[in-house]
Design a protein around this ligand. Structure first.
Ligand SMILES: CC(C)(COP(=O)(O)OP(=O)(O)OC[C@H]1O[C@@H](n2cnc3c(N)ncnc32)[C@H](O)[C@@H]1OP(=O)(O)O)[C@@H](O)C(=O)NCCC(=O)NCCS
Length: 204
């Protein structure tokens, strides 16, 4: 049989389910090449999911996705985690912190709740809070940044709730649905994060 270098298809093993970060609704665990054979692959070819993502304009094959997961895992400047519903253990999305810049102590964050049944129920917010805590408290980052379509109302609102502010607008930077669209560059400084944490603790 020809060697393709691809792993055989097999389900996620119990040891691979060990959470790396635990939240209220979700656990975050390392994304595995085996996840490619779960719902993940379908999300990337579904325009309802990818509409506001930079990925999705071109089709994604299983082989390309497996290679992407493997190469991301090999780069220590990226932390790629699967978002898992704590109640059912279902893989519902992914969240990535990276690239992490060791000199500037900042990183980008990106999130996808691929399973539509889990959107609008606080799962995205829970996953983001876990990743922000991890970035600032365990990795000692100074700043976390992200890019988002300016007309992606749900995402912009979520990021603002988490303390991100709009630092700039890249005019007609992204093309979607027949039009060039503005992109917001958003950022969260450590001091803004810590101020929100203090408010959160006071409320508890
Ligand atoms: C954007 C996304 C991450 C939000 O995650 P989510 O789990 O659906 O959001 P949550 O339920 O945690 O909502 C948190 C906050 O986001 C905002 N929000 C979420 N969905 C919203 C919607 N449909 N309309 C307006 N605001 C919304 C609200 O402020 C909400 O807080 P509230 O419930 O207290 O009002 C998710 O919809 C998603 O992954 N979409 C597809 C991929 C994508 O677009 N990723 C982001 C690219 S930048």
């Amino acid at each position: 049989m020809p060697q393709t270098g691809l792993l055989p298809r097999r389900p996620i093993q119990p040891s691979q389910r060990q959470p790396f970060l635990r939240g209220e609704r979700v656990d975050l665990r390392p994304l595995q090449t085996e996840d490619v054979d779960g719902p993940y692959h379908g999300w990337l070819n579904d325009y309802k999911v990818t509409r506001f993502l930079e990925t999705g304009a071109f089709p994604t094959t299983r082989a390309a996705l497996e290679q992407y997961v493997r190469s991301t895992a090999q780069h220590p400047d990226n932390v790629m985690l699967a978002i898992v519903d704590r109640a059912t253990n279902a893989h519902i999305g992914n969240i990535k912190l990276g690239p992490i810049h060791p000199l500037h102590r900042r990183a980008d964050v990106g999130i996808i709740i691929g399973d539509a049944r889990f959107r609008g129920k606080g799962y995205g917010r829970d996953a983001m809070e876990l990743m922000l805590d991890y970035g600032f408290e365990r990795l000692n980052l100074h700043k976390i940044t992200l890019g988002v379509y300016a007309d992606h109302e749900a995402a912009v609102k979520l990021y603002q709730q988490l303390g991100f502010s709009i630092e700039g607008t890249l005019k007609e930077h992204l093309f979607r649905d027949g039009q060039f669209r503005d992109k917001y560059v958003m950022g969260l400084l450590r001091e803004q994060y810590e101020a929100r944490m203090k408010r959160r603790d006071r409320r508890r």
